[in-house]
Design a protein around this ligand. Sequence first.
Ligand SMILES: N=c1c2ncn([C@@H]3O[C@H](COP(=O)(O)OP(=O)(O)OP(=O)(O)O)[C@@H](O)[C@H]3O)c2ncn1[C@@H]1O[C@H](COP(=O)(O)O)[C@@H](O)[C@H]1O
Length: 118
Amino acid sequence: MTYEEAILARIANVLESRKPDAGADPKQSYVASLFVKGQDAILKKVGEEATELVMASKDGIPDRIVSETADLWFHCMIALAHHGLRPEDVLAELARREGISGHQEKASRSTQGDSSNE
Ligand SMILES: N=c1c2ncn([C@@H]3O[C@H](COP(=O)(O)OP(=O)(O)OP(=O)(O)O)[C@@H](O)[C@H]3O)c2ncn1[C@@H]1O[C@H](COP(=O)(O)O)[C@@H](O)[C@H]1O
């Protein structure tokens, strides 16, 4: 496991420990408070953080772009955890896609009769 993978895995472990059935206190833990509020609250934060990243990117301030991207990734990890998924699942999917052009992937979808992205 790389240093970066280890960071994501450690955060994912902390997220698991913040779930209601793990006994985390929503008054003490931001993550626990989001889990208690439920999926809609988690997804609302994902949407807000995505919008904040868009604004930071338009402003072109590198520190803010990094900070807002961290916020977005973090809240995406909470959304994954809500579904029992882990960052390793996303890394595996990215690894599977490595070297496959997006154009090539889309073309192969249309020859398979997948019209979901038309
Ligand atoms: N990486 C993070 C992290 N990034 C962002 N945040 C929080 O996510 C929230 C982002 O919301 P906003 O930027 O919109 O700020 P806000 O207006 O204060 O938030 P809201 O009131 O709208 O929810 C803030 O409260 C941030 O502090 C994080 N909270 C926790 N972590 C990690 O999660 C771990 C567990 O956190 P707790 O569950 O709080 O102990 C921590 O040790 C960290 O490793």
